[in-house]
Design a protein around this ligand. Sequence first.
Ligand code: LLP
Length: 419
Amino acid sequence: MHHFQFRHGELYAEELPVREIARRVGTPFYLYSTATLKRHFRIFDRAFGALPHLVCYSVKANSNLAVLRLFAREGSGADIVSGGELYRALKAGIPPEKIVFSGVGKTPREMREALKAGILMFNVESLGELQTLARVARSLGKVAPVAIRINPDVDPKTHPYISTGLQKNKFGLDLETAFKAYLLAREDPHLQVLGIDCHIGSQLTEISPFVEALRRVKAFMKRLAQEDIEIRYLDLGGGLGIVYGDEAPPPPEEYARALVEELKDLKVTLILEPGRVLVGNAGILVTRVLYYKETPAKKFVIVDAGMNDLLRPAFYDAYHEIVPVTSHPDRPEIVADVVGPICETGDFFARDRKLPLVKPGELLAVMSTGAYGFVMSSNYNSRPRPPEVLVSGSEYFVVRRRESYARLVAGEKIPEFLL
Ligand code: LLP
């Protein structure tokens, strides 16, 4: 459930008409709902109430400082994958002792930054990374807390680009290599084995792959216990799917119940790294129709947002519902492509979509774009990135302003020899 609802034919964000915000901030823009973000966090967190657990929101899904601060105030930690995300998480007030660092390509510099900050643990994904981490920790006179990321070879049954727990994916370590990694880590005075980690993919709509992965992790932990390697944190990653169209993902309560059932006799603190399920349906992209055009082959609705603002349809052929912000009940329906202004055939938000016949000047909302929306935006075609706006009740706040042309070229310089 989210707080973007129609009242008398007008789309509202909480207590504010979306049209009113668009009039003030211009289009396109991202719009997030405070009430939805809070609600989603609380439902997710409470679902695991029966177990010692820590929710580490996956910053990559939506890394706006305001969103991070909101989750920090709800008690969330953070799952980060870069020095930049560490910087954001700390700036937003997420306590370092609630931060886990994932990713296959951490640099020594990023490791240093995270060690100095005092994060909870590094989710290590290769033997090379383990050695580098030990060396960096030694140079700082510190001990790095580690978990090894297991690749359990489980099919998450999702889009191939967002599957991560299959043997052929670049993520994690197979069980044999992971075992070696634990033995090595145990011997190194600058590493402390703290946990075990596993994340199998994103936008999962079934529970069974999670349970299967967890069973494999549990079996592996038995092997570790025989070596007296004690695991205090079991990080199960993120990945729970949301409704974009006709999917029927399990609600967080059901997902939690299945995991809690598997974990009840283990003495570990469970870590979860949800991203999409917390923010996906808490955001929309508001765009204005520029033109309507008919060709002998097709109809096109041309809007002022493009694939640089929202990449998911172009990149994954992802489905996002698109609705007029003001509904007019008696309009004829058309079947059209909703496309952006960018010079790429892949620049579409929908293809052959049934829509009411919309008019130039009208506003459309691209729904469920709170996750992997703004964070994947770019300046392609030299388009300034759109603002992000947060609604709270009947107030709205621009939490990232629209980029200016000056900002577009801010880091660039014409070298002297060309002057
Ligand atoms: N933990 C790790 C280690 C991850 O790699 C991810 C996502 C998450 C947690 C959070 O997963 P979530 O709960 O959001 O499913 N850009 C793609 C999704 C990429 C997901 C990458 N990793 C999309 O737009 O669908």
